[in-house]
Design a protein around this ligand. Structure first.
Ligand code: ZN
Length: 275
């Protein structure tokens, strides 16, 4: 495989501590994901321009706004492929109006007024050749988001753009509620990826496949905490979930995402709240 360099672009807490990646080949740059906000999308574009090579394409891992919102600023009018699986593309289009409703009050003008959607779709196992380098997609389906995929750089499964299958010592967003499916992906990836793979994740990292185990524990603990809380007192139930999760993972990084997930997962588990 020709020489490549992977540049990670990490945002601050106001941009959800999200990563996008710029893969530099001899001929140009392939971006993986595009951050959330206007400012972060512009900063990513500035990093791209500092490398002095053209943007060849944007590959999208999954259907959450912190991974596609900033693509409009990254692309900045360039006529390039924005590539996602059929499922990721469909969910981004389906849910974008709802994300607008949720994110506009939270982020104001930092949530882009116009979002760039994928303009090219791929199916599971499809290979995309860009700048003398190949990328191959593994389509996962519902999991951390309503539709997840991951991308491999080159023909081996050693360099992986994993999206949010694993968070690196940060709390997680579980509100889409596909927790059994997510656990299935973690088990599958644990079995299928080589132990020495480098996982370029959506928040923090890079990490190793050893993290599949800690993420499994996190997801299972959250589901159990919501299920076993005493929902006759909803506020106390929510506090109990937060306490158990921050005990398991003593950080407040992205804690708000986990807190946002409690009520939706309780609803998905069929828990009747008395208030
Ligand atoms: Zn994310």
């Amino acid at each position: 495989m020709p020489e490549t360099r992977i540049h990670r672009h990490s945002t601050g807490p106001e941009g959800a501590l999200v990563n996008a990646y710029l893969v530099e080949t001899g001929e140009g740059i392939v971006a993986l994901d595009g951050t959330l906000t206007v400012s972060d999308g512009r900063a990513l574009r500035a990093q791209l321009e500092s490398l002095g090579k053209p943007l060849l394409a944007v590959l999208v891992t999954h259907a959450h706004p912190d991974h596609y919102g900033g693509i409009v600023e990254l692309v900045a009018g360039d006529d390039v492929p924005v590539v996602a699986t059929v499922g990721v593309d469909a969910v981004i289009r389906r849910d974008d109006a709802l994300k607008e409703e949720i994110l506009r009050p939270m982020f104001g003008e930092e949530w882009p007024r116009e979002r760039t959607f994928p303009n090219r779709t791929v199916s599971d196992g499809e290979r995309v050749d860009l700048g003398g380098v190949s990328f191959t997609v593994l389509d996962l389906g519902p999991g951390e988001s309503p539709h997840d995929s991951i991308w491999f750089l080159g023909d081996e499964r050693r360099t992986v753009f994993l999206g949010d299958q694993v968070y690196d010592r940060k709390h997680a967003y579980l509100a889409d509620g596909f927790l059994d499916e997510w656990l299935g992906h973690l088990e599958r990836l644990r079995q299928e990826l080589p132990a020495d793979a480098t996982l370029h994740v959506g928040h923090g990292g890079p990490v190793t496949p050893a993290h599949f185990e800690s993420q499994r524990e996190y997801v299972e603990t959250f589901a159990d905490a919501v299920r076993t809380a005493d929902w006759s007192q909803p506020d106390a139930a929510r506090a109990a979930v937060v306490e158990r999760m921050t005990h398991l993972l003593p950080t407040d990084e992205l804690q708000f995402l986990m807190e946002l997930s409690i009520d939706p997962v309780a609803a998905k588990l069929g828990i009747e709240q008395s208030v």
